[in-house]
Design a protein around this ligand. Structure first.
Ligand code: NAD
Length: 518
């Protein structure tokens, strides 16, 4: 039977009462299993270590989402042995069978969509629309990578044999055991995309999810099991980053590291993976997607009201905790005051609160560490710029930070250079479009960016010179869609792997050419 082509999973229309009702049902399902205990999964076996991490609701410190057993080096070593063993059979499993696990997992996620979204509301603090988009993206990754793998299987048919001389074959083969180290901000989409890209290509995996979103990762492991993934193909070893993460990266049997997270950790991983260790027979490959300091340029041709809406959407969706979130606004001097006025209004209107409530637009930030870091930057902002709106924080019940805008900030200021990863936007003004592009390009990052302009010449100039992996015109700079907008950054934003794009899966494979003389 021919496979239907990839189409993105539609977002849920959350204006419909029926859908809100279903979301509430999803929350009820999640509430029914709050506070349960979750083991590691090594070779399909449930393993308890007694070293337990309490995963808490960032909107309510008092609510435990789950008690997670944490792996130590001993368990990580057992997981490696299991993954090495499973690799011997999984690598020979036909691509069609591997892809089928992804398609089945997508079907299961689709069925349990509201539950998974609700779990992200509870464990990650995602408002309904953000959580729904995360679940949809996870489904997209599964559907897309499954299809990509089937296409790659066909690749040897495109290699020509020389008639009467030789038969040539070119094919992709898996690499071995991958260390998959994931972030908390897209706790389902990025985690599932990174895990399944590694496994659909025939590798086996050690999965270390981010600390604060381990229940979501465990629930996804159950989905993979239900979808028929053989034991040992993904070994679930949640644990401390510097301990377990580094152990996985340094292990001589690790073939590749797939990492998404901060610049600081990505750099360490890149360095550590480059060192050849005793018993290591290959050069490790590193796929690292890191931070951003993303900018939206607004030129004089654009409507200030629309610009303010787009800036708000780019900066404050999921409390600015997206690698793609705008943290810099670069605005032409002739409309600067007007954009600021509108931005103040629309930012003030954002409802901040518990994301379990459907009216909440901005939930909490992920944990105490993030809260303190963002609060520190708000302090810095008060010295480096002028406060337009926000600036208040409240940690009495959850980790809440009001969406905050500073203006008249120097492009070289810390607020304009360093990734804050919270709802803080810094604004500066420009005179000429060249100056705007210079400001946009003057950080060490290069992930996303947007230009709002009705001037075709400006857009074409930006197309050439705005040096980011994902550039958007006349829309917000967040929300890349799998299959349509391959995602990944330049410079210190990472290795430009372009997740959700046609070249991504090849990063997890070796190319093998076989020639037989006739
Ligand atoms: P993080 O770097 O703190 O952690 C990411 C993962 O690395 C976690 O699983 C963590 O436990 C682990 N880790 C921590 N120290 C480690 C070490 N020494 N060795 C190995 N692993 C270690 O990042 P985060 O706070 O989870 O995520 C937010 C960051 O991720 C932001 O900087 C954001 O921009 C970035 N991000 C980038 C993309 C992208 O596609 N470029 C997407 C999402 C998030």
């Amino acid at each position: 039977m021919a496979m239907y082509e990839f189409r993105m999973e539609p977002f849920t229309d959350l204006k419909q009462k029926e859908n809100i009702k279903q979301y509430h049902e999803g929350l009820k399902v999640v509430e029914s299993y709050l506070g349960e205990e979750y083991p590691l999964i090594i070779n399909g076996e449930r393993v308890k270590t007694g070293n337990v991490y309490e995963s808490k609701n960032p909107a309510d410190h008092g609510e435990v989402i789950g008690y997670m057993h944490q792996a130590g080096e001993k368990e990580a070593e057992l997981a490696m042995a299991s993954a090495l063993d499973a690799f011997e059979t999984w690598k020979k499993t036909p691509a069609k069978v591997r892809a089928d696990v992804l398609f089945k997992a997508a079907a299961i996620l689709r069925k349990r969509k509201f539950e998974f979204s609700a779990l992200m509301t509870k464990e990650a603090g995602k408002p309904y629309n953000e959580a729904d988009a995360d679940t949809a993206e996870a489904i997209d990754f599964l559907e897309y990578y499954g299809r990509q793998m089937l296409e790659l299987e066909e690749v040897d048919k495109k290699v020509l044999s020389r008639r009467n001389i030789e038969r040539n074959e070119f094919k992709y083969i898996p690499m071995g055991v991958g260390a998959v180290i994931t972030p908390w901000n897209f706790p389902l989409a990025i985690m599932s995309g990174m895990t399944t890209s590694a496994l659909v290509t025939g590798n086996t995996v050690l999965l270390k999810p981010a600390i604060t979103t381990q229940v979501i990762a465990y629930k996804f492991m159950e989905v993979l099991e239900e979808a028929g993934l053989p034991k040992g193909v993904v070994n679930f070893i949640p644990g401390d980053g510097p301990e377990i993460g580094e152990f996985m990266v340094k292990h001589p049997k690790t073939a590749f590291v797939s990492f998404t997270g901060s610049k600081a950790v990505g750099q360490t991983i890149y360095e550590e993976a480059a060192k050849i260790r005793k018993g290591q027979k290959w050069l490790k490959r590193v796929i690292a997607e890191m931070g951003g300091k993303d900018a939206v340029i607004v030129d004089e041709s654009y409507d200030p009201k629309e610009a303010a809406e787009i800036l708000k959407g780019s900066a404050f969706g999921f409390s600015g905790q997206k690698c793609s979130a705008a943290s810099r606004g670069i605005i032409h001097e002739s409309i600067y005051d007007e954009v600021l006025k509108e931005l103040q209004k629309v930012t003030n209107d954002l409802v901040v609160g518990d994301p379990s409530n459907e009216n909440t637009a901005v939930g909490p930030v992920t944990d105490e560490k993030a809260f303190n870091k963002i609060a520190k930057y708000i302090g810095i902002g008060k010295e480096e710029g002028k406060l337009l709106v926000g600036g208040e924080t409240d940690n009495s019940k959850g980790w809440f930070i009001k969406p905050t805008v500073f203006y008249d900030v120097d492009p070289q200021a810390r607020l304009m250079q360093e990734e804050i990863f919270g709802p803080v936007l810094a604004i500066t003004k420009f005179k000429t479009f060249d100056e705007a592009l210079d400001i946009a390009n003057n950080t060490e990052y290069g992930l996303t960016g947007a230009v709002l302009s009705k001037n075709r010449a400006h857009l074409e100039e930006a197309r050439e010179s705005f040096h980011v992996g994902n550039l958007y015109f006349n829309r917000k700079c967040t929300g890349a869609i799998v299959g349509y907008q391959p995602f990944g950054g330049f410079n210190m934003s990472g290795t430009d792997s372009k997740a959700g794009g046609p070249d991504y899966l090849k990063l997890f494979m070796l190319g093998k050419t076989v020639t037989e003389q006739l």
